[in-house]
Design a protein. Structure first.
Length: 165
């Protein structure tokens, strides 16, 4: 991902079965989340891969929007980048009543220093008893490790597994 700040964007593609929402850029006081708040008739899938970061003003607005989405409407989060995973770990109710389906884990190779953000399905962590699945380095094929404290980074994922989400 580029370190250059991208303007916040939200794209919604409505189908008969689901509203697919894609967010990108920085979620801050300038981010307009009103289109997301207006959803609620169909299941919602939110792709957060393009989110670079979220500040405290953005967190407050985000929480308000999540609380306003009808609890009866299924809500799924996919491709959540590390800044979103960090918020899940720090802010109770950050994803509202939604389910975390997949997220990116920052991985590094101890042998060749290759760094990647690996997409991980929450179901794979469940199958691995709360651990990340093994990932070979794309450069040297040796096992990669999380570039963070694994227990801390997966805290929300594990709590969600215990709660059954």
């Amino acid at each position: 991902m580029s370190s250059r700040r991208q303007p916040f964007t939200i794209a919604i593609v409505a189908s008969a079965d689901v509203d697919q929402v894609t967010l990108a850029g920085v979620i801050d006081e300038a981010a307009d989340l009103r289109p997301l708040a207006a959803l609620g008739g169909r299941p919602i899938e939110i792709d957060l891969r393009g989110v670079q970061r979220i500040n405290s003003s953005g967190v407050r607005t985000w929480i308000d929007v999540m609380r306003g989405l009808p609890a009866a409407v299924p809500l799924r989060f996919v491709r959540c980048p590390p800044p979103i995973v960090d918020q899940c770990n720090m802010v109770v109710g950050f994803l509202g009543h939604g389910r975390l389906e997949s997220f990116y884990a920052p991985l590094t190779c101890r042998e060749c220093d290759e760094q990647v953000e690996q997409l991980v399905a929450t179901a794979a962590v469940r199958a691995g008893h709360g651990r990340l699945p093994p990932t070979p380095c794309p450069r040297c094929q040796r096992p990669m490790v999380i570039d963070d404290l694994e227990d801390q980074y997966l805290l929300y994922v594990r709590d969600g597994l215990i709660a059954g989400t």
